[in-house]
Ligand binder design. Structure first.
Ligand code: MG
Length: 299
């Protein structure tokens, strides 16, 4: 289908074009989330949370296959600096890394002896530290995990230092922290709150890994911001109910890519890193853009 582009600022004209196709690559998910592009394999892995499986779209063959099932009701995925898959698992209430052998290593599953809620989204900084959000969606019902009481009594953002160790709380004033991503220079960390406030906040990242600031960067005008990614010029490409919203680093809403289903998350990929993959409810979509994406594996 032809892409439907909304231009809110003339600068968006160079970023996305309505002459481009919005490719519909797959449907059949219940809630698609967590796209991660593997450049070495030319495939995209993503989560279908309620179906407790991960799927893989292969660029060369154009086919979709099951990647992992059961998958611990996985949600957000990313690659670390060595190209290994890092996943949030609602069901197992943990963040894991998949080794090249296929073996799974637990990065974090407890804080001060208490189980995490249900890690939602994760990003790996170039120094190897792992940053993730831990809202309660995966323990709220049996639909996206296993219903349970929160042991932590709050929804925090955590960091695990390079080389591992116990997670540390880096932010504790969110309702439901969700998507997160570093600016290309990694000096700022953006975190979405999908709870009562439907907005995205921006923090300064200290040399010690601590966060300061936390001002609201943007308020979502349609639905919530869930997952998002940066392009190399620092624009934010974020999910929303009506599609993908693109923000300039100065906070201006540049434009939207309208998508027929509610969007949960996006990631850049493809041979030239100019293709945006879009997880939207039942479907995986993709669109070629006039920008180049940043991903952990490209830093
Ligand atoms: Mg999310």
């Amino acid at each position: 289908m032809s892409a439907i582009i909304e231009i809110h600022d003339e600068r968006f004209g160079a970023c996305a074009s309505s002459t481009t196709r919005l490719d519909h690559l797959y449907d059949g998910c219940r809630w698609a989330e967590g796209p991660a592009w593997f450049p070495a394999h030319r495939y995209l892995v993503w989560s279908d949370i309620p179906n407790d499986r991960m799927l893989r779209w292969d660029e060369a063959a154009g086919t979709v296959a099951e990647f992992r099932s059961p998958a611990g009701f996985s949600n957000g995925n990313t690659l670390d600096v060595e190209g290994r898959l890092v996943s949030c698992e609602h069901g197992n209430r943990r963040v894991t890394r998949t080794e090249p052998s296929g073996e799974i290593t637990v990065i974090a599953d407890r804080f001060e002896g208490k189980r995490l809620n249900s890690p939602n989204d994760v990003v790996v900084k170039s120094d190897g530290s792992v940053w993730f959000t831990d809202p309660s969606y995966g323990i709220a019902s049996h639909y996206e995990g296993h219903r349970a009481e929160s042991e932590l009594g709050g929804c925090f953002v955590f960091r695990v230092d390079p080389g591992g160790g116990a997670p540390r709380v880096v932010a504790d004033d969110f309702d439901r922290p969700n998507g997160l991503a570093f600016s290309p220079d990694e000096r700022r960390l953006f975190i979405a709150d999908s709870g009562a406030p439907h907005h995205m906040r921006v923090f300064d990242v200290g040399d010690d890994g601590g966060l300061s600031g936390g001002d609201v960067f943007a308020v979502c005008s349609d639905g919530i911001y869930d997952g998002f990614r940066f392009d190399e010029d620092g624009r934010i490409w974020t999910s929303a109910a009506d599609g993908v919203h693109c923000f300039d680093p100065d906070g201006t809403l540049l434009g939207k890519i309208l998508v027929p289903e509610v969007v949960a998350n996006v990631c850049f990929g493809g041979a030239r890193w100019n293709r945006l993959f879009i997880c939207a409810t039942t479907s995986l979509y993709a669109i070629h853009l006039g920008v180049i994406g940043v991903s952990p594996s490209r830093r």
